[in-house]
Design a protein around this ligand. Structure first.
Ligand code: FAD
Length: 422
């Protein structure tokens, strides 16, 4: 029997987790991963908040709800098995107004629906038993929310892949996956053709996922629009005022969560990330711009529809971009003892956020199978938490469907499985 050959594009945590899962489930197969950078985990995987989300926000029935809970279990197990730090520091989502208390109660219900362990509502001074310096009318407490280093996890997964006989090709940018009679051909960025063909491919290209998908014959939509998130690190003398994670109650008027306190696995305390349009998909300094990336969204009708609908959000976020003090003030509302805190900027993260043509942001994970090629088209937060569950789901469910074209495209209201073709 001939050996089955799989290829995975993208050495972020999702691509690595998929390659590992393929080697676990198909030990006799050949697995080759292509990564365009000179080492793995250089993009979203190493530029995020490092939170293992417990599942507080995701509507029942969504892929996020399903894969986040399973992902927590798998990440925890993996960290324990590989001696990687996993700090269950807990999280508070804090309401400062009565309107926010009502929203918080809805979040509590979602958390119960998702069977998040040990969540409870706290009122008034009860909050101080968890975070002595935090104020609020009410808070949702999730004691099992944790922090990790996704970069360290990804690098460990890369070692596992090599140990299991998989190949990782670094500095290897793929332009196109071409399905032909001999199998899937890999066309590299310089136009050369990789000498081997593959039976199946999974594309996990993060910030470049829409481009690789389109070049490979998949639909042009949704499009990736990059939103950066700035972080600041508190100077050491202020670190201990907060013990874990303190988040605002999300406002449905704004597409992102709002700046929050996040403890890092190295013990530092950060505030952030805000969310603002990035001048490049991989522009981490914010000091230059990428003409192609900017033109890409400026000519996208969805971008203009999104912009007109989100002017209040843009104004709110631009204040935190333009003024470090406004950024700090947003957080001090929750911890007044930090009103004099001093901070230093940390590297930004850039979200690969998929946007529909109608200007709506795609909320749920989108995984699309086009013949023998599967594309991750949207994997925003909690994409790192869910990575190992996303991998299981792709390898054991999506890749097992026999139809020519399947869309696993879930939104707030649930999962939709559209199957076209024979
Ligand atoms: C600011 C921010 C905060 C976040 N906080 C959290 C959090 O606390 N918890 C959480 O669970 N999630 C969080 N996330 C989301 C999480 O980081 C992502 O869901 C996750 O990292 C996505 O992993 P990925 O492998 O899909 O993408 P990436 O990590 O971006 O990896 C994609 C890889 O593909 C490679 N690539 C791209 N194109 C090609 C090509 N053509 N050929 C070869 N290689 C290619 C890239 O170089 C890259 O290595 C956050 C994200 C951001 C930006």
């Amino acid at each position: 029997m001939s050996i089955v050959k799989y290829t995975v594009i993208g050495g972020g945590i999702n691509g690595l987790a998929v390659a590992r899962q393929l080697l676990i489930d198909h030990p006799d197969a050949e697995v080759t991963l292509f990564e365009k950078e000179s080492s793995v985990a250089q993009h979203q995987t190493s530029h995020n908040s490092g939170v293992v989300h417990a599942g507080l926000y995701y509507a029942k029935g969504s892929l996020k709800a399903k894969l986040c809970r399973r992902g927590v279990h798998l990440v925890k197990e993996y960290c324990e098995a590989n001696d990687l730090p996993y700090d269950q520091c807990g999280k508070l989502v804090v309401a400062l107004t009565e309107v926010e208390v009502e929203r918080l109660k809805r979040l509590y219900q979602i958390a119960l629906d998702n069977e998040v362990p040990d969540v409870c509502m706290l009122y008034g001074d009860e909050i101080k038993k968890v975070e002595p310096n935090c104020i609020g009318i009410a808070a949702l407490h999730s004691p099992t929310t944790a922090i990790v280093s996704y970069e360290a996890i990804a690098k460990q997964i890369a070692k596992d892949i090599l140990e299991k006989g998989g190949k990782i090709q670094l500095s290897a940018e793929v332009k196109e996956l071409k399905n032909n009679a001999d199998g899937i051909q890999i066309i590299m960025k310089d136009g050369s053709v990789y000498p081997e063909t593959f039976n199946y491919a999974v594309s996990c290209a993060g910030l470049q996922s829409d481009r690789l998908a389109k070049n490979s014959g998949d639909e042009a939509n949704p499009k990736i629009v990059p939103f950066f998130g700035q972080y600041f690190v508190l100077d050491d003398q202020f670190t201990n005022d907060v013990k874990g994670l303190i988040y605002p109650v999300p406002d449905p008027k704004y597409p992102f969560l709002g700046v929050h306190f996040t403890k890092r696995i190295d013990g530092k305390m950060t505030i952030g990330p805000n969310a603002f349009l990035s001048l490049g998909r991989e522009n981490y300094t914010g000091k230059n711009f990428n003409f192609k990336d900017i033109t890409d969204y400026l000519v996208y009708p969805g971008f203009w529809r999104f912009s007109f609908r989100n002017i209040p959000a843009a104004i709110r976020e631009s204040k935190t971009v333009l003024s470090q003090q406004t950024f700090i003030d947003e957080c001090v509302k929750y911890v007044p003892s930090l009103s004099k805190m001093t901070v230093k900027p940390a590297t930004r993260g850039i979200r690969a956020q998929a946007m529909n043509q109608d200007g709506s942001l795609v909320d749920d994970f989108v995984i699309r199978k086009d013949g023998n090629i599967t594309h991750i088209r949207n994997a925003p937060s909690p994409g790192a938490t869910s990575s190992m569950a996303i991998a299981e789901y792709i390898v054991r469910e999506v890749m097992q469907t026999v139809e020519a074209k399947a869309t696993v495209d879930a939104n707030d209201s649930g999962i939709e499985m559209v199957v076209q073709g024979s």
